[in-house]
Design a protein around this ligand. Structure first.
Ligand SMILES: Nc1ncnc2c1ncn2[C@@H]1O[C@H](COP(=O)(O)OP(=O)(O)OP(=O)(O)O)[C@@H](O)[C@H]1O
Ligand SMILES: [Mg+2]
Length: 359
């Protein structure tokens, strides 16, 4: 009988789909190692989920498939088993770039996401971008929100990008940020039902067809929610990690959890939770007033075991700054909101924004 190789097994396992996703379990990155000892074959799995039902289902499928294909072998499927030397290095399971091609010149890509709409994702994206630039990073900003070009408005961008002699799109530069928007390729008359499919096709190409130059970090403002469009965008963008934006209401926790699960399932690191519209300052005393209750964001972060990146106050000036095309961090360096954004930027850097980059 011809000797079975690890590659044979991996090829066989490619016929098993990761539950709930298009990808097979090998592509998804959960097969950590395969080893042989006599007629014993051990498949070692490494998950980024705690979903016991999912694990049991995958294990059963592997077991059945390998048992039937290799009846002479005793097949063991294990999780968290220490990897034995197989000659080749085991695949890097937690590498968020695995299977996603990096964008040339771009060191790290950070998604700003939320479980639901209207929580201030675009406000956070623009201000965080400027705050990161103030920390000395070269920053790009990509608006992949297909339902409205809010970043163009918030950054005060009226023109469309040009094309350079290499036929690459030139990002529009403002406040030291290189900006590009999915809105540029979508006509305002494009029906909403076409937007999802169009973007799914275009996003990867689009990211690479832009002359980003050298960037330390690119911020990607995702469309709100965790539906197919978001999922597909996340899968097609070579993300280093994500920041989840929420609001203090108790009900928001469910949405944060859903957002978090989406990244977890895709093996994408979550840098932490930002709570927006946390409090407003009493106009006479200046004291913070927590209208929706205090501590929702930190509680969510704690539950998900990710850092809490800070609370952004609700300030009329933030909304006005957004409407006027000059984000608050650029407009008013002294405001409490600016300080909060700056602090969040520092924490994301401290959490390894630049170290998590593919080598
Ligand atoms: N901290 C804040 N204080 C005051 N207004 C805010 C604050 N954050 C956001 N806003 C305002 O709330 C509205 C929604 O914010 P934003 O567009 O950033 O949310 P979003 O999550 O990106 O929304 P969408 O889901 O539609 O993409 C905007 O008008 C914005 O100016
Ligand atoms: Mg938005």
């Amino acid at each position: 009988m011809a000797e079975i190789s690890k590659e044979d097994i991996l090829l066989t396992l490619r016929s098993i789909q990761y539950p709930g996703y298009k990808e097979d379990i090998v592509t998804f990155g959960i097969v950590n190692d395969v080893k042989f000892q006599g007629n014993r074959m051990t498949v070692n799995l490494k998950y980024n989920t705690q979903d016991a039902e999912l694990k049991a289902s995958v294990k059963k499928q592997i077991q059945e498939l390998l048992n039937s294909k290799y009846p002479d072998h005793r097949v063991m499927v294990m999780e968290g088993f220490p990897t034995l030397e197989m000659g080749a290095a085991p695949p890097k399971q937690n590498d968020p770039w695995a299977g996603r091609k990096p964008i040339p010149g771009v060191k790290s890509v950070l998604a700003v996401a939320s479980g639901k709409g209207g929580v201030g994702k675009s406000t956070v994206s623009t201000n965080l971008a400027i705050a990161l630039a103030k920390e000395g990073l070269k920053v790009g900003l990509m608006d992949s929100d297909i339902y409205g070009p809010s970043i163009q408005i918030m950054m005060g961008i009226g023109q469309k990008p040009g094309v350079n002699e290499d036929r690459k799109l030139e990002p529009i530069e403002k406040f030291g940020i290189k900006m590009m928007s999915m809105g540029f390729i979508l006509d305002k008359d494009t029906p909403v039902i076409w937007r999802g499919p169009m973007v799914n096709k275009a996003v990867e190409q689009f990211l690479r067809d832009v002359d980003w130059g050298e960037l330390d970090v690119m911020i990607v403002d995702l469309p709100p929610g965790t539906g197919d469009v978001q999922l597909s965008l996340v899968q097609k963008t070579p993300l280093t990690g994500a920041v989840i934006v929420t609001t203090p209401q108790e009900v928001a926790l469910v949405d944060v959890r859903r957002g978090f699960q989406m990244f977890r399932k895709l093996n994408i690191h979550v840098f932490g939770v930002v709570e927006n519209m946390s409090y407003y300052s009493n106009p006479t005393s200046g004291e913070p007033v927590y209208i929706f209750g205090k501590g929702g964001g930190p509680k969510a972060a704690q539950e998900l075991q990710v850092p809490f990146l800070g609370e952004i106050p609700i300030e009329q000036e933030i909304a006005e700054a957004g409407d006027s095309g000059i984000p608050i961090v650029a407009k008013n360096p002294e405001s409490a909101a600016t300080r909060a954004f700056q602090e969040a930027a520092k924490r994301i850097i401290a959490e390894g924004l630049l170290e998590r980059v593919a080598k």
